[in-house]
Design a protein around this ligand. Structure first.
Ligand code: ATR
Length: 287
């Protein structure tokens, strides 16, 4: 049980919609387990009201908050300072308030890297084929490049997202040791060649997500070679068509559920300085 006192520190989530979010359960359970005097609430905030909501939380001395759709990019412009990864992404999913100074972080990419490690597939030094270049893909791409993945081939269809990704790809090649290249998703030969010479294939698009479970960006089973690990950031359904295809060819595959858990764990650490009891939270909310 959370005991609200005169000292309770406020954290929470700003987004729209937020009612479905698992974050309040995850954080409040963890605060309670560690006997921390914090509370986490979800607030449905429209884009127009984001600046006032942020000012209000700051004025009330909130410890910090998460941002979800549609506020991640707008919040990057409202924060006083950004972590290196958040600056590269141009997006923020976590704010820490230190005496009125708001620092923006992005923990989605960290969540992905930790999830891969927890699944038994640490990614530093590996070659990755990344499907998608949107918000989630950008977070993964930036963190993977910062954390020592040796090469990342990003595949997106030719679209405004593709055009936007070009500048980020250039920046990552300049600022990190990772070799990053951008490719046309509709060039299937190029995609197949890339997967055949990668150790990890990551789907960070929403293709395959419910209610379109029957869709998959990969049509050819022969790309699933014996040294490939497949991951999907989707967790609804728990096993996407891509994962099922990979498993049918003997490739291990994991979904996006633990990315969600570990991005939350990293926000929790930034606010409290403590490690989230991930085993407990996993058992209760992530099975
Ligand atoms: P999120 O924040 O969840 O990453 P997003 O930023 O809208 O959402 O990114 C969605 C990604 O899925 C993008 O890379 C998108 O490609 P486009 O921006 O070019 O549309 C990709 N995507 C979505 N539907 C797709 C489809 N049918 N085929 C290929 N890529 C698709």
């Amino acid at each position: 049980m959370i005991h609200i006192t005169g000292h309770t520190k406020l954290t929470g989530l700003l987004g729209s919609p937020v009612a479905h979010s698992i974050s309040p359960m995850m954080h409040n359970e963890a605060f309670s387990a560690l006997d921390l005097d914090y509370v986490y609430l979800a607030f449905d905030v429209s884009p127009q009201e984001l600046p006032q909501a942020v000012e209000g939380l700051k004025a009330m001395g909130a410890r910090g908050f998460n941002l979800t759709m549609p506020h991640k990019n707008a919040m990057a412009k409202l924060a006083d300072q950004l972590s290196p990864a958040a600056a590269l992404c141009g997006a923020v999913n976590t704010i820490v308030n230190d005496n009125g100074i708001l620092t923006g972080y992005t923990t989605d990419g960290i969540g992905y890297m930790r999830a891969a490690e927890a699944a038994g597939f640490p990614l530093p030094g590996k070659v990755m084929t990344l499907l998608g270049a949107g918000g989630a893909a950008t977070a993964i791409l930036v963190q993977a490049a910062l954390d020592g993945v040796s090469e990342i081939r990003v595949f997106n269809r030719k679209s405004p997202t593709y055009e936007k990704a070009q500048a980020l790809v250039e920046k990552l090649n300049e600022k990190t040791d990772c070799h990053v290249t951008l490719h046309d998703l509709d060039d299937t030969d190029d995609l197949c060649d890339s997967i055949l010479s990668s150790q990890v294939l990551t789907n960070s698009t929403n293709v395959g997500m419910a209610p379109n479970e029957d869709t998959c960006l990969i049509g050819d089973l022969s790309v699933f070679h014996k040294d490939l690990v497949v991951s999907d950031i989707i967790y609804n359904p728990r096993e996407t068509k891509l994962m099922a295809m990979a498993k049918s060819q003997g490739c291990p595959a994991f979904n996006g559920l633990y990315m969600l858990l570990y991005q939350g764990a990293e926000s929790f650490r930034l606010w409290t300085g403590r490690d989230m009891p991930v085993e407990l939270i996993r058992e209760k909310y992530f099975t």
